[in-house]
Ligand binder design. Structure first.
Ligand code: FES
Length: 318
């Protein structure tokens, strides 16, 4: 873990605060690539993931931008209470949402605070001279973090702002945006779950291949009505042969923890990927949004913080 100090706190948009985090002694922080996030260990003990929202010229700073979400479980409100000089622990940058190494055109789509991992992608693509377009959907410029910086960025000609509550602007026409690129581009999207689900559904209907759709959720989507009722099952630890009961009201990580088997967790809602575990036997009942549909179908990985088992026993690569 890396100790950092809050070096600056800036109101970036309505309800959005941007924190500049610096190392304690002014030395450089570990480098990161576009799409990366860090875990922040908040003073209350909560651990939250936030995207590193701008590539920095100076390596001693990270920036995160956080929307105060009334639906949140306390993390965003606590971030909004942080002050200049506060000390925090953070993880090394991790990247589950990288730019794919390709020369294809990139369609970047951000919904609201979903701009945070998308902005450094635009910086990176611009720096490499690669082809891209950037669609930023928000209610208004006042609620859109970084809107004026983006308007004046070196890639301003690639920006498309879609404001739903501004006269003369309009919501993004998803079909119009996606149709010209269905066979020759990569799509990167971040934002509210329902927004991502809608855009990805349209992309699939327009023939975009699944492996060119890249997304990052901030929170797990509302529970699908079709998700089956929780039932009890057993987990087996491959390395020891131990078998534990997972009751219908318990998660796999809870049971493992109770029995001294450590699995790192962070979001505990299937979003971040921290708890990813290999599956040796059985069929997972996936409840996460981190793995792709293809990975769900393959059944070789599971997110034990939220997912369950379709078979009586799920054997884990632990
Ligand atoms: S802890 Fe985040 S996906 Fe499981």
């Amino acid at each position: 873990m890396i100790p950092v100090v809050v070096r600056n706190v800036v109101t970036e948009a309505l309800g959005v605060v941007r924190l500049v985090l610096g190392s304690e002694d002014g030395t450089d922080l570990p480098s990161f690539e576009a799409g990366a996030h860090i875990d922040i260990h908040l003073p209350s003990g909560l651990i939250r993931q936030y995207s590193l929202c701008r590539m920095q010229a100076e390596g001693q700073y990270y920036e995160i931008a956080v929307l105060k979400d009334p639906q949140s479980r306390g993390g965003s409100a606590e971030v909004h209470r942080l002050k200049i000089g506060d000390s925090l622990l953070i993880s090394e940058p991790k990247n589950h949402f990288p730019l794919v190494d390709t020369q294809r055109h990139s369609v970047l789509i951000a919904g609201g605070i979903g701009v945070t991992p998308i902005l450094p992608m635009a910086q990176e693509l611009q720096k490499k001279g690669l082809s891209f377009e950037f669609h930023y959907c928000a209610r208004s410029p006042e609620t859109a973090a970084f809107s004026s910086a983006l308007k004046n960025a070196s890639f301003a000609d690639k920006m498309h702002f879609h404001y739903s509550e501004v006269a003369g602007s309009s919501q993004m026409d998803v079909v119009n945006v996606l149709t010209p690129h269905s066979s020759n581009a990569e799509l990167y999207i971040c934002g509210p779950a329902s927004f991502i689900d809608y855009v990805l559904l349209q992309a699939k209907m327009l023939g975009w291949p699944e492996d060119r759709l890249h997304r990052e959720f901030f929170a797990a989507p509302a529970t699908d009505e079709n998700v089956s009722e929780n039932t009890a099952f057993k987990v087996m630890i491959h390395s020891t042969g131990e078998v534990f009961d997972v009751e219908s009201d318990q998660s796999i990580v809870e049971v493992l923890d109770n029995n001294g088997v450590f699995v790192a967790v962070s979001c505990e809602s299937g979003v971040c990927g921290t708890c990813q575990t290999g599956v040796i036997g059985g069929v997972p009942d996936h409840r996460d949004v981190f793995l792709t549909n293809k990975e769900h179908a393959q059944g070789k990985l599971v997110m034990p913080c939220c997912s369950r088992s379709k078979t009586p026993v799920l054997e884990l690569d632990l």
